[in-house]
Design a protein around this ligand. Structure first.
Ligand SMILES: C[S@@+](CC[C@H](N)C(=O)[O-])C[C@H]1O[C@@H](n2cnc3c(N)ncnc32)[C@H](O)[C@@H]1O
Length: 285
């Protein structure tokens, strides 16, 4: 669905404001708000400051679902004092939430000194700037993400060290949560470049999709909204709590574990074929 219908501000119980999509009837960062959620889910879990500090070349972050840029800007703020070079590649099929955020920058409060950078990102789909001794090269791929992953130009993108994955929920936005989509993301990674991808869902269906795509998968940090989230990576060392045999046995009995193979939301138990592939995943060996 192309979200063109609009957005509004909502005030959360803690007083913080977040963006709400009228078309999807979803709040971008519910419960604890944009900055606190981005810090818990992405910055801390990905250990972004530590990884950047010990990194010598360009550190590449993919930001899937740029939206109102809270995740991207919170990540940049967390590393602003660290000398280095960040290459940020954001993906979205619309800049409307970003325009909306710019119109409400005072209430949202997290855009900081980046309003001109965001305007340039909207106009040119690329902006470069420095904050202290950190340089940032930020690119926007404005396209339908699942479709873009099938194009040859996606191969030219720098390979990520970290992915912030933040689509609308699987029920409202199934095209962003299919197994083939995660398999394509996994194939785009450089197997010699450790990369981790947290996301807010802890659903069995998502975790099975990621495992079958080739990722190692673990339980992710709580965010306030969810007591547990999910982190996937192409290197087991980036996951502190890998899913184990107990999770595997629960998945076997779950009524909602079979991946979505097509962009149509539905819930189903594991098929025999999926179960066999899952059981043989190296994580459970
Ligand atoms: C929950 S919002 C992201 C919030 C954002 N990360 C932030 O920090 O403000 C989900 C985003 O995914 C984008 N999205 C949904 N379906 C998409 C698709 N098929 N292709 C590209 N982007 C998509 C939406 O336009 C929306 O901006």
């Amino acid at each position: 669905m192309q979200p063109t219908v609009g957005y509004k501000l909502v005030q959360l119980a803690n007083g913080v404001h977040s963006v709400y999509s009228l078309a999807h009837r979803e709040t971008f960062h519910p419960v604890i708000g944009p900055v606190a959620e981005a810090e818990a889910l992405y910055v801390n879990q990905l250990r972004l400051p530590d990884r950047l500090r010990s990194h010598e070349s360009e550190f590449v972050i993919w930001d899937v679902g740029l939206g109102a840029a809270a995740n991207a800007l919170t990540a940049l703020k967390a590393v602003q004092e660290i000398p280095g070079c960040i290459r940020l590649v954001s993906f979205d099929n619309t800049v409307e939430p970003l325009r909306f955020a710019l119109r409400h920058a005072d209430v949202l409060g997290y855009l900081g000194a980046h309003e001109d950078h965001l305007q340039q990102l909207i106009t040119c789909q690329r902006v470069s700037f420095s904050q202290g001794s950190l340089t940032v090269d930020w690119q926007l791929c404005l396209a339908d993400f699942p479709e873009f992953l099938t194009q040859s130009e996606v191969q030219e993108l720098p390979k990520p060290h970290a992915i912030l994955f933040d689509a609308y929920s699987p029920a409202k936005n199934p095209a962003m949560w299919t197994q083939p989509l995660f398999a394509k993301i996994f194939r785009l990674l450089d197997s010699t470049r450790p990369c981790a991808m947290p996301t807010y869902s802890r659903s069995t269906m998502l975790r099975v999709s990621l495992l079958l795509a080739g990722f190692f998968v673990g339980s992710g940090h709580a965010t306030g909204e969810k007591e547990e989230t999910t982190i996937a990576a192409n290197a087991l060392g980036l996951i502190s709590e890998p899913l184990d045999q107990r999770w595997l046995q629960r998945a076997r009995k779950s009524t909602s574990a079979e991946p979505m193979w097509e962009p149509i939301y539905r819930q189903a138990p594991l098929s025999a074929e999926t179960w066999e592939k899952l059981r043989d995943h190296p994580q459970f060996a």
